[in-house]
Write a protein that binds this ligand. Structure first.
Ligand code: NAP
Length: 245
């Protein structure tokens, strides 16, 4: 097993990405915490185990033109082999298809799908030279199940399935693994806005009868980082929600 190197976590400032950052820092990875809010990333990096070694910086994944430069900057600042890339940044903008606004379509497709494509493009090149790397993209069960009022979100996450499987096939010969996690409903800022009534209705449809925790998704991510014989997989952490379909 290699000594842990760098880990880049887009969406590492809050929620699921932050829990993944914590798990990896605890295992000895040097983490780059990235989101739109640079101050929040710095604060999150400072709270990780072995604080002082990690970095925090701003990058807006909805702006394709800025991502390449940010990736190059992260690579330079981490200044060590980058072993892990996690794409956890994501946004949801609910709206039924006939009424959804164009900016909401662009925000979701750019952040959830095109952004991760560009970060994978950049860091897979880095990983190919090292002949080692682990990519984890965070999709959603909604990507495979669909959901009324979330057609664009669902499409952006479904796109990540084909993308991740293809990346896994392309890069396996370079020692790079790529997997996708599909969380169900998880207690984070993203689900904070649901009304109590909505939460009760959703929970009733979850076989484990509760929302999940960021830590439970982060533990799956750590498993994927450490399981050297797993690639191209879609790993559901959804309390059994997808069993209902
Ligand atoms: N929570 C759930 O129930 C659930 C279920 C299924 C899938 N997911 C997926 O899991 C991932 C993490 O979600 P979460 O629940 O942890 O959400 P969250 O608590 O809202 O965190 C989202 C993270 O993404 C970052 N982010 C958002 N837009 C960004 C942008 N344009 N550029 C860079 N960073 C951006 C946020 O930081 P800034 O705001 O500072 O940019 C934050 O760090 C997402 O991909 C989400 O779709 C979540």
């Amino acid at each position: 097993m290699l000594k842990p190197g760098g880990a880049v976590i887009f969406g590492g400032s809050r929620g699921i990405g932050r829990a993944i950052a914590f798990n990896l820092a605890e295992k000895g990875y040097t983490v780059a915490v990235v989101s739109r809010n640079g101050d929040q990333c710095l604060a999150a990096a400072a709270e990780l185990p072995k604080a002082g070694t990690h970095i925090g910086l701003a990058c807006d994944l909805s702006k394709p033109d800025e991502i390449q430069a940010s990736c190059a900057d992260i690579e330079k600042r981490l200044d060590q082999p980058i072993h892990v890339l996690v794409n956890s940044a994501g946004v949801v903008r609910d709206g039924v298809t006939p009424r959804i606004q164009l900016p909401d379509i662009h925000a979701q497709v750019n952040t959830n799908l095109i952004g991760p494509m560009i970060t994978c493009k950049h860091f897979s090149t880095v990983m190919m030279k090292q002949r080692y790397g682990c990519i984890i993209n965070i999709g959603s069960v909604i990507g495979s199940m669909g959901n009324s009022g979330q057609s664009v979100y669902s499409a952006s996450k479904a796109g990540l399935v084909g993308f991740t499987k293809s990346v896994a096939k392309e890069l396996v010969r370079y020692g790079i693994r790529a997997n996708l996690i599909e969380p169900g409903f998880i207690h984070t800022d993203m689900t904070q806005g649901l009304s109590e009534q909505q939460k009760e209705r959703i929970q009733a449809g979850i076989p484990l009868n509760r929302f999940g925790l960021s830590q439970e998704v982060a533990d799956a991510a750590l498993f994927l980082v450490e399981s050297s014989y797993t690639t191209g997989q879609v790993f559901k952490v959804d309390g059994g929600l997808s069993l209902q379909f």
